[in-house]
Unconditional design. Structure first.
Length: 202
């Protein structure tokens, strides 16, 4: 029986909504993911408050699950490697894994690194709840299209100056929402709601 991985399922929903193809390994996507992991690792290094540590680890986990999907790795395989890891690996200086097996090991040890830090700093935490709070926040980057006013706000981005800056508007099926990108960067609507992780920190 296949065990549903809620972390992978959440990130899968995000990547499908934001038109991030998977499985689809390219050097560009992996370089981008490596850069995001490095940034979160740097945030973790300077974090002193538990809420900041949790924020960095949840973001790292979210990015890692996306990398697993991009490689086409069975998420349960990566999680199994993480649970079998007996030696703590500092997961980067971020090199892009050149083979599928190395990618499995890379992401497996990255997950182990994250879980080890969570257990050290927040031993009684159920990680699914803060992970889903991060997911909720990420999904709130979708512009709502429930009213004509909201639709007009999205179309207001469509100006010559914005077009020159690389404007991209992606309408989701059945008017579920729209994603607005500028120069490849996702823009946040006024309804965006940042993740509140403070309630998970005792």
């Amino acid at each position: 029986m296949t065990v549903v991985n809620p972390y992978s399922s959440a990130v899968r929903q995000f990547m499908q909504a934001f038109r991030q193809p998977f499985p689809c390994f390219t050097l560009e996507t992996q370089a981008s993911r490596a850069r995001m992991l490095s940034e979160e690792l740097e945030e973790l290094k300077v974090a002193r408050r538990k809420v900041d540590i949790l924020d960095a680890l949840m973001d790292m986990w979210y990015v890692a699950e996306g990398g697993i999907l991009e490689w086409g790795i069975d998420s349960n395989d990566a999680h199994h490697i993480a649970t079998m890891t007996s030696e703590l690996h500092q997961p980067y200086t971020v090199a892009i894994p050149p083979t599928l097996n190395e990618a499995k090991l890379f992401y497996g040890t990255t997950l182990f690194f994250i879980w080890d830090r969570l257990a050290s700093h927040l031993p009684h935490l159920d990680p699914e709840e803060p992970f889903m709070e991060v997911h909720r926040s990420n999904m709130s980057k979708i512009f709502p299209l429930k009213t004509n006013f909201q639709k007009a706000l999205v179309e207001a981005y469509r100006t010559p100056s914005m077009e020159r800056l690389g404007l991209e508007i992606i309408y989701l099926p059945d008017e579920e929402g729209a994603i607005v990108k500028l120069g490849g960067k996702v823009q946040k609507p006024g309804s965006y709601s940042p993740a509140d992780l403070s309630r998970f920190v005792k």
